[in-house]
Design a binder for this molecule. Structure first.
Ligand code: MG
Length: 382
């Protein structure tokens, strides 16, 4: 039996790689539906034809896509991905970037679909909501760090975890002392991973690691005091778990998202040759170093937001989405990104801790965060 997949964000980096896995393993997987924003209609149309999907969800360019795909049901509008996520299947891969991925995650869980989660913002913006709906083994990590931790924990007892240690490549500015003059082009050039633009900027600020600490807290139920991050420039060890007896288990493979994507799609099985293994005929040097918290204050800020809980991580993420866009648009400096996020968290601190009961609570707090961040962008840019 092939496993039926629904792929959200199919034209993005994760979606494209997932479809390459499907193409290479037709006996294991088939695709029933795709969704994408629609800003790359040609690719979406080509994907729908190649994988003979029955349903396509799209936010824009729906008429163009409908015309090109006779016989395919095209769902359009801002909630298209959420509707597609609720189609009954074996696994929904959520490869959407940003907290707009939260509603589709919830819809997929409610429809009893398993969710392979690459959209870390689902957990950052709505961790409590997602956890309250997810059954055991219904939510599987795709983020490479979390996949590594998940793999290291197979067969282990949660009570014997001493620490989760996330690795971070350190991004392009790991060794750069003055970050004030960083350009957009420099920030978009990641040394080890090829990813979408938002994740790449977040890797340069280390905001991504902050988001991933929050993601790890929700996925594995480990307190923030027991989650750390360490710089590992080679990106071969994807993360580690330290146990109470002083033993550490690490997961390693050359940087390639096809490993974690394929495991989440095929779990509990592994997809043969999903990714190239480490070549032991060559010499390797792997470095590990603590994060310079003065140059990269984002990790501590994320940890603070996580500890506040409630809506604080959602504020952190939404403000960062605004600040990243402002940086890409040339409105603010690279170093302003974290200052803007920090200012938003401070400004909204009184309401931050309140519990998020539903999606509208998340939207309300995100709206406050975005407005506050936009005001900061104006002040900084003036
Ligand atoms: Mg990651």
């Amino acid at each position: 039996m092939t496993r039926e997949l629904v792929i959200l964000g199919s034209t993005g980096s994760i979606g494209v790689q997932a479809l390459e896995i499907v193409e290479a393993n037709p006996a294991l997987f088939s695709v029933v539906a795709l969704s994408a924003a629609g800003s790359n209609p040609d690719l979406l149309i080509a994907q729908a034809k190649k994988f003979k999907v029955k349903v396509v969800g799209v936010a824009k360019n729906a008429d163009l896509i409908r015309q090109a795909l006779p016989g395919v049901e095209v769902i359009d509008g801002p909630h298209a991905s959420t509707e597609v996520a609720a189609i009954s299947c074996d696994v929904v891969l959520n490869g959407i970037t940003g907290s707009i991925g939260l509603a589709p995650t919830l819809a997929a869980l409610d429809a009893d679909n398993r969710v392979a989660l690459a959209n870390k913002e689902s957990l950052v913006a709505g961790g409590d909501l997602v956890l309250s709906r997810a059954k055991e083994d219904q939510l599987l990590p795709v983020d490479s760090e979390h996949s590594a931790i998940w793999q290291a924990l197979i067969g282990e007892k949660k009570s014997e975890i001493s620490k989760l240690i996330l690795t971070a490549s350190g991004g392009p500015f790991r060794d750069r002392t003055d970050l004030s003059g960083v350009t957009v082009q420099e920030a978009l050039a990641h040394p080890t991973w090829v990813m979408g633009p938002v994740v790449t900027i977040n890797s340069a600020t280390l905001m991504n690691k902050g988001l991933e600490i929050i993601e790890a807290h929700y996925l594995f139920g480990v307190p923030y005091s027991q989650i750390e991050a360490v710089i590992h420039p080679q990106s071969v060890i994807h993360s580690m778990v330290e146990f109470v007896d002083g033993s550490t288990i690490a997961q390693g493979s050359p940087p390639n998202m096809k490993g974690p994507i394929s495991l989440a799609l095929h779990y509990p099985h592994r997809v043969p040759a999903a990714t190239a293994p480490i070549d032991w005929t060559q010499s390797h040097t792997w470095n590990f170093a603590p994060i310079d918290t003065d140059r990269f204050p984002s990790v501590a800020l994320a940890r603070d937001c996580g500890a506040i809980g409630g809506g604080a991580p959602a504020i952190f993420n939404a403000s960062n989405e605004v600040a990243v866009q402002a940086f890409v648009d040339g409105l603010i400096k690279f170093t302003d990104i974290v200052s803007i996020v920090s200012a938003s968290v401070d400004a909204l601190r009184s309401s931050a801790a309140s519990k998020l009961r539903d999606l509208s609570d998340v939207s309300a707090i995100e709206e406050d965060a975005r407005r506050t961040a936009h005001e900061s962008v104006k002040k900084v840019g003036a």
